[in-house]
Design a protein around this ligand. Structure first.
Ligand code: FE2
Length: 285
């Protein structure tokens, strides 16, 4: 089964759910349209994380975001992992599930790094077949996310955005567009980030990540440990101008600040998107 749906619903503006904020969320019930959970944190039969997730799920929509699918690896798909993921999804009913367009290891080894793939027809065919198997098994739409990268392969004969677009179109899956990752990779590999955005199929982009990074002068590392920088906000505005309203969230994985700081960033995304969309309406009339 491939996804027959042409689009996924607009969920509004969200945050990555982090354990530092469990209690605050339950106490304060902040205005957040949805939370993205890190799938691997909840693949356990019980415990504190699942307790909080179940309570938060009573009041908020969630989506699931994984890091272990390794969709590009030459290893067989890890069906025991997928079975656990499916069981979690069947319990918490996420709006959708995502993972990364990457490989994380071979021969059963998980390096816990999101490694880029060679952008070739052979890799497209390999990944498309695996995405279709995953969607069939899960019975839910899958979103694949563009990763930040620090190397390219001499074997690549198309651009990253052509590679991502072809996989989404042929597999019938959706795209989780990490705008910060586009910025980071554009800087590291010297391409125009607008070429990337404009090269993607509009109907396939269903979610956006925004995050901070570390600039080391002649290269950028995608660290998710700092606020979103102004050039990434500018690129986000261009993204919304091109694609329209897309479910957007702030992704922070290190140096986790108080919840109100992330809420402020989330609301900045909301303001930017609303301003862009309002301008589009005004200019269109
Ligand atoms: Fe991301």
């Amino acid at each position: 089964m491939t996804s027959k749906k042409k689009s996924l619903p607009f969920l509004g503006y969200g945050l990555g759910l982090r354990s530092d904020h469990y209690e605050t969320i339950l106490d304060q019930r902040p205005t957040v349209d949805w939370f993205e959970i890190l799938t691997e944190n909840y693949l356990v039969p019980g415990g504190k994380a699942l307790y909080y997730l179940n309570r938060i799920r009573e009041n908020y929509l969630v989506v699931m975001h994984g890091v272990s699918l390794s969709i590009g690896s030459s290893d067989p798909l890890n069906m025991s992992y997928l079975t656990e993921v499916k069981a979690l999804a069947d319990r918490i009913e996420p709006k959708w599930m995502s993972d990364h367009l990457c490989w994380t290891g071979v021969n059963g080894l998980n390096m816990h790094d999101l490694l880029p793939l060679p952008y070739t027809e052979e890799t497209i065919n390999h990944v498309v077949s695996r995405v279709q198997q995953v969607q069939e098994f899960l019975g839910r739409p899958l979103l694949i996310e563009n990763v930040s990268s620090y190397l390219t392969y001499v074997q690549s004969d198309i651009t990253e955005w052509e590679f991502l677009s072809e996989i989404a179109k042929r597999a019938g899956c959706f795209i989780l567009l990490d705008v910060n990752n586009v910025y980071v990779s554009a800087f590291n590999h010297d391409f125009n980030p607008l070429d990337y955005l404009h090269g993607l199929p509009k109907e396939r982009v269903a979610q956006i990540h925004l995050a901070g990074h570390s600039n080391h002068g002649d290269y950028i590392i995608d660290t998710h440990d700092a606020p979103v920088i102004q050039p990434v906000w500018d690129l986000y505005a261009e993204t919304i101008k091109h694609f329209g309203a897309i479910s957007t969230m702030i992704e922070r994985d290190d140096n986790i600040p108080p919840l109100e700081e992330l809420l402020a960033e989330m609301n900045q995304a909301r303001r930017i998107a609303n301003t862009v969309l309002q301008q589009e309406v005004t200019w269109g009339t």
